[in-house]
Write a protein that binds this ligand. Structure first.
Ligand code: DUC
Ligand code: ZN
Ligand code: ZN
Ligand code: ZN
Length: 484
C-alpha cells in the first residue's frame, strides 16, 4: 500500500521546504508537490522530519543486581510515542563471556521491538578471544561500534591497557570506540569515603562523581584514541570539563564526538538536594545531574557544533528497584528514563526558546547520529530511497508529562509535571503508522536489526604502536569523514 504525507513542511538537517512525501514498501519513493497515494496523512501545520534515532539506550539491561524495567517492547513503544524511530542499545558481555554469545542474548531480547534498532558491543574484558571476536562482530554481525566503561570498578570497567588494545583493534577494523568517561578508581575512593563519613543518601551519589572525574577520563580517552589512530565518541557528556576536552580535540583536527543527554540539558543537581529519598534516588544516574553552568556549556556545544548528538541513556528502574539502595547510595541502580520525552523536551527547551534551530534539532536527534553510526541516508534522511522512518511533528500539540500517561514501564517520570509543546501527530516506522494523534498503534516485532558496516576509510588506519608514531597527517587520512 502507498501512503502520502500531505500539506506539511519538510525539515531536514539543512533544508526547510514545502512538499508532500510519498511512501511505498517502507521507503520514501517521492518528494514533491501534489503527490497522491492510497492513504493520505494530513500534515497541515506540521513539520515532516526524519524520525529520531536514540544512539544510547539500555533496555532490559542486567545491571547492579537487577534488570532495567523497560524491555524492547515498552522501550520502543515509548520511543515511537515521542517521535523516535530507531534505538541503538548495548550488548554487554559479562567479563569472561564471549562477545558473540552476548550478542545472541541481546538478539533474543530485541525480537519484540516495535521500531528498528541496532547494537553497540561493549568491551568489558580483554583477551585474544575478544580480539578475534571483534572482527566477527564487525564483519559478520554488522556492528561498527564498541563501548568502553572507564567507571563501574569491579564490574564493567576496563583499564587503560585494555582500552588502548581495543582502540587499536577498532582502528584496524574500521570501528568507532564509544567511551563512558568517568575515572572509576577515583569514584570508588570517593564512594568509600562518603559512606565512611556517614553520607549514605542519594545526594552522596552526586558528590562521588564530580565533573573533574568526567573531565579527566574524557581527556584520557581522547589521548588514547589519538595514539591508537581511531576516532572516539564520548557518551553522556554532562559537563564543561568534558565538553572542553572534546572542543579542544576537534579544534586540533581530531575526530571526537560528544553526546549530551536530554536529562543533563534540562534537569540540574538540585534534584538531589533537600528532596525526599525517592525523588532523589529516582534521578540517580551516572554521570549525575550538574549545575546551570554545565547545562549552558552543553547547550552552547549543540549550537556551535562542538557537541553533535542528543541521547537519553534510557535505563529505567522502578521506585522499588531504586530502594535497593536505602542506607547505601552505591546500591541505587544507576539510570533514568527519557526515550519518550527526548524530542518533545528538546523542542520545548531548545527550538521554542531559540537556543537551537529546527534544522539543528533534526541534526542532533537524527541526521548526525545516522552519519556517525554509518547508516545515513538509509536512516536520518528525508530523501527518495531512505527508510520511511518519519515523524510528522505538530509544533502546537501540547501535554504535561506524567507517569500516568507514559508508555514506559516504570512508576514515575523524571520530567513529571513539565509541559511540552511540540509532539508527534504521526510517527511512522518504515512506513507503518505507529503513533497517531497520541494513540498508540505500534506493532510488536515490527522492528528490524539495522546493519552498520565498517567505515571503509578506517580499515586502512594505523593499528600498531609502531605505525601510530608515524606523522599525524598520515594517521588522519585514515579516519572517515562523517561530515559532523
Ligand atoms: N549510567 C547510568 O546511569 N545507567 C546505565 C549505565 C550508565 O553508565
Ligand atoms: Zn554510561
Ligand atoms: Zn519529590
Ligand atoms: Zn549508558
Amino acid at each position: 500500500m502507498s501512503t502520502v504525507i500531505k500539506g506539511g513542511t519538510i525539515v531536514t538537517a539543512d533544508l526547510t521546504y514545502r512538499a508532500d512525501v510519498k511512501i511505498e514498501g517502507g521507503r520514501i519513493v517521492g518528494i514533491g508537490p501534489n503527490l497522491s497515494a492510497a492513504e493520505t496523512l494530513d500534515a497541515t501545520g506540521c513539520y515532516v522530519m526524519p524520525g529520531g534515532i536514540d544512539p544510547h539506550t539500555h533496555l532490559e539491561m542486567p545491571f547492579m543486581g537487577t534488570y532495567s524495567s523497560d524491555d524492547f517492547e515498552s522501550g520502543t513503544r515509548a520511543a515511537l510515542a515521542g517521535g523516535t524511530t530507531m534505538v541503538v542499545d548495548f550488548a554487554l558481555p559479562s567479563p569472561g563471556q564471549s562477545l558473540l554469545e552476548a550478542l545472541t542474548m541481546w538478539d533474543n531480547k530485541s525480537t519484540r521491538a516495535n521500531c528498528d534498532y541496532s547494537f553497540h558491543m561493549a568491551i568489558t574484558w580483554w583477551s585474544e578471544q575478544v580480539f578475534n571476536e571483534m572482527e566477527s562482530v564487525v564483519k559478520e554481525k554488522g556492528i561498527n561500534t564498541f563501548k568502553h566503561f572507564m567507571a563501574y570498578k569491579g564490574a564493567l570497567m576496563v583499564d587503560d591497557d585494555e582500552m588502548f588494545s581495543s582502540f587499536q583493534r577498532c582502528a584496524a577494523l574500521g570501528a568507532l570506540p564509544l567511551v563512558h568517561a568517568e575515572n572509576g578508581d577515583v569514584v570508588a575512593q570517593l564512594q568509600a569515603k562518603l559512606l565512611a563519613e556517614g553520607n549514605s543518601g542519594p545526594e552522596a551519589h552526586a558528590y562521588s562523581r564530580p565533573a573533574e572525574v568526567e573531565g579527566e577520563a574524557t581527556n584520557r580517552a581522547i589521548m588514547i584514541a589519538d595514539m591508537a589512530g581511531c576516532p572516539v565518541y564520548i557518551v553522556h557528556t554532562s559537563c564543561e570539563q568534558s565538553h572542553e576536552a572534546i572542543r579542544r580535540a576537534r579544534a586540533k583536527g581530531m575526530r571526537v564526538f560528544g553526546e549530551p543527554l536530554i536529562q543533563h540539558l534540562t534537569l540540574d543537581e538540585t534534584e538531589y538536594f533537600d528532596k525526599d529519598w525517592d525523588h532523589a534516588a529516582r534521578r540517580v544516574m551516572s554521570p549525575p545531574f550538574r549545575n546551570k553552568l554545565h547545562q549552558d556549556s552543553l547547550w552552547a556545544g549543540l549550537a556551535s557544533g562542538s557537541l553533535q548528538v542528543v541521547a537519553t541513556d534510557h535505563c529505567a528502574f522502578t521506585t522499588e528497584q531504586k530502594r535497593f539502595g536505602v542506607g547505601d547510595f552505591t546500591r541505587i541502580p544507576n539510570g533514568t528514563g527519557g526515550l519518550e520525552d527526548r524530542m518533545p523536551m528538546l523542542w520545548t527547551h531548545g527550538v521554542a526558546t531559540g537556543r537551537i534551530t529546527m534544522n539543528e534539532f533534526v541534526a542532533v536527534t537524527s541526521t548526525n547520529i545516522a552519519k556517525i553510526l554509518n547508516i545515513y541516508p538509509k536512516k536520518g534522511a528525508i530523501l527518495v530511497g531512505a527508510d520511511a522512518d518519519i515523524v510528522v511533528w505538530d509544533p502546537k500539540r501540547s501535554k504535561t508529562i506524567s507517569a500516568k500517561t507514559q508508555q514506559s514501564a516504570i512508576d514515575y517520570n523524571v520530567f513529571e509535571g513539565k509541559t511540552v509543546t511540540g509532539l508527534p501527530r504521526f510517527t511512522l516506522s518504515r512506513g507503518v503508522v505507529s503513533i497517531e494523534e497520541g494513540s498508540v498503534k505500534t506493532q510488536e516485532g515490527h522492528g528490524e536489526f539495522v546493519r552498520r558496516d565498517p567505515f571503509p576509510a578506517v580499515s586502512t588506519a594505523l593499528s600498531t604502536w609502531k605505525e601510530v608514531t608515524a606523522p599525524r597527517a598520515v594517521q588522519r587520512s585514515g579516519i572517515p569523514a562523517s561530515g559532523v
